[in-house]
Design a protein around this ligand. Structure first.
Ligand SMILES: Cc1cc2nc3c(=O)[nH]c(=O)nc-3n(C[C@H](O)[C@H](O)[C@H](O)COP(=O)(O)O)c2cc1C
Length: 222
């Protein structure tokens, strides 16, 4: 598979089939992803991978808390509290497109919350991952971990797999930390669901928009 095909065929999948992904495949993805660049070669990533019983047990625990109305204080804001345009509009549009696609009307807040809650079962994926950093790290190292995640998401395409990166997990810092046994100096950055796409699921048909180049690129000297 060409890199461009991997990039163009990657999309966020929000409903997975239950077909398992074997350990050798996950290890291979991680083994190659670790060649991702990082400033100063810090390799500031720590990755926790769950499948099978540990995944089921963890998801059941989180969902029990969700049902009981438990909420945790997120450790960081996924988005700035006063998101500006054009970002605010882009976020609104992708949300609208997603809910329209799955037939959840704008005013159906419980319907939207039910969809959001699916994050916390990794959208049915057979593999759930967590990306963790040392709290000492700065913005640059978060970018490094993002690059690692993108490498993994593209390599997944080569294997016919799909992914969903999940900052939604930032809502459960305590539960995730306790389950993974994170130290006080570690912070959960992002989750990621990995598996095979449920090809019948309408939610996976979403094709998110991108801005035109002249909206975000300045070229000089060409
Ligand atoms: C770091 C990161 C975190 C994300 N977190 C979530 C999430 O928690 N739940 C979710 O459904 N999508 C999540 N997404 C997916 C984005 O909504 C998606 O990438 C964006 O809408 C563009 O769509 P595409 O990935 O299909 O191209 C995340 C994406 C990134 C890069």
């Amino acid at each position: 598979m060409k890199v461009s095909d991997a990039i163009l065929s990657r999309k966020t999948v929000r409903q997975f089939s239950d077909k398992p992904v074997d350990e050798a495949t996950v290890r291979e993805l991680l083994e190659i992803s670790k060649r991702s660049p990082s400033g100063g070669n810090l390799q500031p990533w720590t990755v926790h991978v769950l499948t099978g019983e540990p995944l089921k047990e963890f998801v059941a625990d989180v969902n029990k808390k969700l049902m009981a109305g438990v909420q945790e204080e997120p450790e960081y804001n996924v988005y700035p509290p006063e998101l500006k345009d054009p970002y605010k509009t882009r976020r609104r549009i992708v949300g609208q497109q997603l809910y329209e696609l799955i037939g959840v009307p704008r005013e159906d807040t419980p319907g939207k919350l039910r969809q959001l809650a699916k994050n916390f079962s990794f959208f049915g994926a057979p593999v759930g991952m967590f990306f963790v950093l040392d709290r000492q790290m700065e913005i640059g190292q978060y970018a490094d971990v993002g690059m690692f995640m993108q490498s993994l998401m593209l390599l997944a395409r080569e294997k016919g797999l799909h992914t969903c990166p999940q900052e939604a997990w930032a809502r459960w810092p305590k539960t995730v930390s306790e389950y993974l046994g994170l130290a006080d100096h570690e912070i959960l950055f992002c989750g990621l669901a990995l598996g095979y796409e449920d090809e019948d699921a309408v939610i996976n048909k979403l094709h998110s928009e991108r801005a035109a180049l002249d909206e975000f690129v300045t070229m000089r000297g060409f």
